[in-house]
Design a protein around this ligand. Structure first.
Ligand SMILES: *Cc1c(COP(=O)(O)O)cnc(C)c1O
Length: 407
């Protein structure tokens, strides 16, 4: 490969998404490959935060629930997310965190499959997904959380809900959503997809899926701790119920009735008052993804990942970084993961040279590709700094082996 930095600058010059870079706060000289963990701050979200705090809250006070449409935010934001995941606007609502939403949907799914008491998931699933299922099993006392290395052959007739993360958080391997959903349905099970590493990263087609959840602060750029979302397929919305039956999921919250009656449609999946400031930021951030279009975002990410992997092959040959993400476009999400025995030390040394990937135990360095905040020259420069660190032996410095609380 005989690519030069100029070739990457030329790619930027011809990139239709390049103008989006200037609409984010990109700290100078920082090569940020962690938009898959915490997306960058859009200028529109910063302005919206000020507007929400100073005008809507500061001046409007209680009136803003209606005048600024705070009360409609969960549905409004849900409708925007629906556009990114191939769902109807009435099938998605922004609320709570991914963990809480998993709990609500698993409980709802079990109710819809009486007689079946198994939640089936993948042994490598993201920990909170498994932990929340375990919490539900503990509460009910008779639910089994079954872990399988290969889920499809493990879908038996006692399974109520199959729960999977679409893009694996470690390897970025992508499940075939349509195939798994149809295998689950063939056994009479429902399917819950976690889209935390899919929405905003690649076009998603939920197809016949029953339920989905996902997170707002990664590829959706909603800010730290942004609200999450959940999806309930239209055909289930009448029968669906969930146990965190709070007043804002009630059919008439301001009638202050004695007993719970679920709202019609997706609103019954809400529990309490939305986090208005956080949700306003997410609302503003989503417009950029919708404007850019998921197909253009996906195409650029694939190109950037191909180039990054080629550059690592060519320029970091002796480093022994092992790519554990599939090279096939159809089989991967939007990050590249390399395993390396000194993965943690290399990640720390990269951060000191202003390249930000993240590290996932036991030995994985993850580079996230978020095309609205990442240029082609960033790709070239990041691999250049990685090669330098390897050749200088900088990563051997003992201070890089001290583990931080958040990796
Ligand atoms: C990030 C992530 C979560 C996060 O859950 P929170 O409740 O927002 O902390 C859940 N599941 C997956 C697969 C994730 O990647």
């Amino acid at each position: 490969m005989n690519l030069r930095r100029d070739d990457f600058a030329a790619l930027d010059a011809n990139d239709p998404l390049a103008p989006f870079l200037a609409r984010f706060h990109r700290p100078k000289d920082l090569l940020y490959f962690d938009g898959n963990s915490l997306g960058m701050l859009p200028e529109a979200a910063r302005r919206r935060a000020i507007e929400t705090v100073e005008r809507e809250w500061g001046q409007g006070l209680i009136e803003s629930w209606t005048a600024a449409r705070w009360i409609d935010l969960p549905e409004k934001v849900g409708g925007k997310i629906a556009k990114l995941i191939g769902a109807g606007a009435d099938e998605v609502i922004a609320t709570d965190s991914t963990s809480i939403n998993i709990f609500k949907l698993l409980a709802g799914g079990l109710k819809l499959r009486p007689g079946r008491r198994v939640i089936l998931t993948e042994a490598g699933n993201f920990p909170t997904d498994i932990y929340m299922a375990e919490g539900l099993a503990h509460l009910t006392g008779d639910v089994e959380v079954r872990l399988a290395d290969d889920v499809v052959p493990a879908i038996t007739e006692d399974v109520a809900v199959v729960m999977l993360t679409h893009v694996d958080y470690r390897s970025a391997a992508l499940h075939d959503m349509a195939a798994v959903t149809s295998a689950a349905h063939a056994q009479g099970a429902l399917v819950l997809w976690d889209l935390s590493h899919s929405a905003g990263a690649l076009p998603v087609d939920l197809g016949e899926a029953d339920f989905a959840v996902g997170c707002g602060y990664k590829f959706l750029n909603g800010g730290p701790g942004a609200p999450a979302y959940l999806y309930v397929a239209r055909r289930w919305q009448k029968a669906f119920s969930q146990p965190l039956s709070g007043w804002l999921g009630h059919a008439a919250p301001f009638a202050f009735e004695l007993h719970y009656r679920p709202a019609a449609g997706i609103k019954r999946a809400i529990s309490g008052t939305p986090s208005v400031i956080a949700m306003s930021l997410l609302d503003a951030s989503l417009d950029l993804l919708i404007e850019a279009g998921m197909h253009r975002i996906r195409d650029k990410a694939q190109k950037q990942m191909d180039l990054f992997a080629e550059l690592v092959d060519a320029r970091c040959t002796e480093a022994g970084l092992k790519l554990i993400t599939p090279r096939d476009h159809a089989e991967r999400g939007s990050h590249l993961s390399f395993s390396h025995p000194q993965g943690y030390e290399l990640t720390q040394a990269l951060r000191e040279r202003k390249v930000v990937p993240d590290f996932r135990a036991p030995d994985v360095i993850r580079f996230g590709f978020t095309p609205l905040t990442l240029s082609y020259v960033d790709v070239w420069d990041a691999v250049g700094r990685l090669a330098e660190i390897w050749h200088d032996g900088l990563w051997r410095d003992p201070r890089y082996s001290v583990k931080a609380a958040v990796t």
